[in-house]
Design a protein around this ligand. Structure first.
Ligand SMILES: CC(=O)SCCNC(=O)CCNC(=O)[C@H](O)C(C)(C)COP(=O)(O)OP(=O)(O)OC[C@H]1O[C@@H](n2cnc3c(N)ncnc32)[C@H](O)[C@@H]1OP(=O)(O)O
Ligand SMILES: O=C([O-])CC(=O)C(=O)O
Length: 377
């Protein structure tokens, strides 16, 4: 008699390792980055300060922040090699494939790629974080037949991201909502993409390989791809007059067809995602600013019906999707925006994994055919 192995499908409920980077607390619907509630950071800190916090464990001093900001502003432009490779990609390529390719190219051209010392990896993390906005912004522009826009060193990370995408002086309400979204998306313990990055790192592969893999994991609609999918839902329902009624009818059909409703549900939070109220408030500010009450009406109708029918609550992708839509991003750009933020958390985890590494290699239980043999030749 053999012992029946215990299977943990999807690793649900399994604690894999320690982390000091963030704590997800489903019991109180809260989330701490290095001990700080994410809502406090979103209310009072820049994304630059939060990036430093995630990498270093503490908020930067004025001098440290000035150094980071100067390095970020100096590294923003697209390298010619990346530009040349991206020029080869069709404009029909999904932006997540474009961003994944760009990171891969960055790894291929960096002479320090295989230097995984803490200092080299920190420098790579900073550079990747500084360079991704130009890739994401330009990819949206090139899909509309527009030229890239040079970064503006007088603007902070968030304002410059909007500037490089839209080529207009960014509006403070838009910049602030974008900053909030970047902070909320930055880190979330052992989610699928971060875990992917840690698995790759655990083999002692380089940081770019780990981030490239993480981007692949984030693309799926059960993870980061859900913010794009929320906009597809909004498109199917149709914004404008009568949207709330259409949303309820749409949901009933979708549930009858056993479809997953994107932007709802979470592996860890079962009573609501800690980040949703903060992002929802940012969405409200945008809807008011752009005079688009219809967006919030559809949002509320679908959320209300989903809660009533299934008791399944929204996750961060639900408010961030329509917020990005109101900011002017086109739908396929939404998950790359998540990449631009989460690269901070991923790279913090890569450095943490390396500091106390163990190869990640779980066991499997075999349920294939019994041992058998090739017929005699
Ligand atoms: C930033 C982020 O990455 S947050 C996650 C973004 N992803 C999404 O929004 C995709 C939609 N949501 C989902 O698919 C899921 O809720 C997940 C993948 C996020 C979490 O899944 P799990 O923890 O594995 O829960 P699981 O899929 O087992 O769901 C439990 C039950 O709730 C149902 N359920 C969960 N989420 C949803 C949903 N969004 N729509 C419809 N039903 C759902 C499941 O069908 C399942 O029902 P059953 O027990 O009758 O089979
Ligand atoms: O934690 C998760 O499983 C998914 C998530 O919310 C995130 O990565 O932000």
């Amino acid at each position: 008699m053999t012992d029946e192995p215990q299977i943990h499908k999807g690793l649900a409920g399994v604690t894999v390792d320690w982390t000091a980077i963030s704590k997800v607390k489903p019991e109180t619907n809260s989330l701490l980055y290095r001990g700080y509630p994410v809502q406090e950071l979103a209310a009072r800190k820049s994304f630059e300060e939060v990036a430093w916090l995630l990498w270093h464990g503490d908020l930067p001093t004025e001098e440290e922040l000035a150094g980071l900001v100067a390095r970020e502003r100096a590294s923003r432009s697209l390298d010619p090699e990346i530009r040349a490779v991206l020029d080869l990609l069709p404009t029909t390529a999904h932006p997540m494939d474009v961003v994944r390719t760009a990171v891969s190219v960055m790894g291929a051209i960096d002479p320090t790629t295989d230097d995984s010392s803490p200092e080299a990896n920190l420098a790579k993390a900073e550079r990747l974080w500084a360079k991704l906005p130009a890739v994401v912004a330009w990819d949206q522009r090139r899909r509309h037949g527009l030229d890239p826009i040079e970064p503006d060193p007088s603007l902070d990370y968030s304002a410059n991201f909007l500037w490089m995408t839209f080529g207009e002086k960014p509006d403070p309400v838009a910049v602030d909502a974008f900053r909030v979204s970047m902070i909320l998306y930055a880190e979330h313990s052992f989610n699928a993409s971060t875990f992917t990055a840690r698995v790759i790192t655990s083999t002692l592969a380089d940081l770019y390989s780990a981030v490239t893999g993480a981007i692949g994991a984030l693309k799926g609609p059960l993870h980061g791809g859900a913010n794009e999918a929320v906009l597809h839902t909004f498109d199917e329902i149709g914004l404008g007059e009568g949207a709330p009624e259409r949303a309820i009818a749409w949901l009933d059909t979708a549930l009858t067809e056993k479809r997953k409703i994107m932007g709802f549900g979470h592996r860890v939070y079962k009573n609501g995602d800690s980040r949703v109220p903060t992002m929802r408030a940012a969405l409200d500010r945008l809807a008011e600013h752009y005079d688009r009450p219809d967006v919030v009406e559809l949002y509320d109708a679908l959320e209300g019906a989903m809660t009533e029918r299934k008791r399944i609550l929204p996750n961060l992708d639900y408010p961030s999707g329509p917020a990005y839509y109101l900011l002017g991003f086109d739908t396929p750009t939404l998950t790359p925006l998540f990449v631009a933020s989460r690269v901070t958390g991923w790279t913090a985890h890569i450095r943490e994994q390396l500091a106390a590494n163990a190869l990640i290699r779980p066991l499997s239980a075999y349920n294939g055919p019994d041992e058998r043999h090739l017929p005699d030749a």
